[in-house]
Write a protein that binds this ligand. Structure first.
Ligand code: ADP
Length: 260
């Protein structure tokens, strides 16, 4: 669709731009941090307590900036996928521990897996970070705690049923929360790189666009169902691969071109 094309062109342009800027910026920050170290060493210990405090502030800010540029570099490098055959019930089940330790006590995690195995071809590392991104968004949307449900199911999408999901049979991984939900104008922009409603320092606006890009690269699709005041479900539609039954039906993921 036209919106999807605009989205991927924007991703590509921003990826190239941020990659270049982040790289130069990182070099400058290295210069700033080592200069601060030298000043700190030359300051006579104990004589300029107030100046040392300013130095610490400058160092802490530079380190925060360095960690942001690292994240930008990782984003713009969007590695090519290392897709392998996986079974999604197993994969999603194996993420529970990681999610529990990441999300903390206030979020109650439930898992609802399909009865039958769901075979697909995926880059498991990137899948893991995609689900983690979605789970962290879910937690942020539930400041007073709530429920996070991870699910897998086999879904048949009929012809013309969805404007964004082509007809076919999919393995769907759902991440559902009981949080604040999103108004329509946020749903519309959620996949846009750098779009965030979170305060500065909290959100980068890269999570959803990374998940979107990953799904696109994997030959899949992503859908948002959100009701303000009730919660949000993010559904990842992943092409099914049935290795035993139809060995020739495995669809290879289209490569996303990042330009030269
Ligand atoms: P970030 O989390 O850094 O803001 P994202 O790209 O992951 O960036 O998300 C973009 C925006 O989409 C968020 O700022 C938030 O407004 C909205 N959003 C994403 N997931 C959820 C969710 N589960 N519940 C409510 N809002 C969400």
């Amino acid at each position: 669709s036209e919106a999807a094309l605009r989205q991927s062109q924007k991703m590509e342009a921003i990826g190239q731009l941020t990659g270049g800027i982040a790289h130069d910026f990182n070099n400058m920050l290295t210069g700033i941090l080592s200069a601060l170290d030298i000043v700190r060493l030359r300051l006579e210990k104990g004589r300029y307590d107030d100046l040392e405090r300013f130095l610490d502030t400058a160092t802490a800010s530079s380190q925060r900036a360095a960690s942001l540029t690292q994240r930008l570099l990782a984003f713009s490098r969007r590695q090519s996928l290392d897709s392998k055959p996986v079974e999604l019930n197993e994969l999603v089940g194996s993420l529970q521990h990681l999610l529990r330790s990441t999300l903390g006590e206030t979020v109650h995690i439930q898992t609802r897996l399909a009865d039958d195995p769901l075979h697909a071809a995926l880059d498991t590392n990137q899948f893991e970070s995609a689900v983690l991104n979605l789970a962290i968004n879910a937690r942020d949307a539930m400041p007073n705690g709530g429920q996070l449900e991870l699910s897998t199911s086999r879904v048949q999408v009929g012809e013309g049923v969805s404007a964004t999901i082509p007809a076919g049979v999919y393995a769907v991984v759902g991440v559902a929360d009981t949080g604040t939900g999103m108004p329509p104008e946020v749903v519309e922009r959620a996949f846009e790189p750098f779009f965030t409603t979170k305060p500065i320092g909290k959100g980068t606006g890269l999570g959803m666009s990374m998940v979107y890009g990953f799904m696109q690269q994997s030959g899949g699709h992503i859908a948002i169902d959100s009701v303000p005041g009730q919660g949000t479900t993010i559904s990842l539609y992943i092409p099914l691969a049935e290795p035993a039954a139809e060995p020739d039906a495995v669809v290879s993921a289209p490569e996303v071109s990042l330009g030269a």
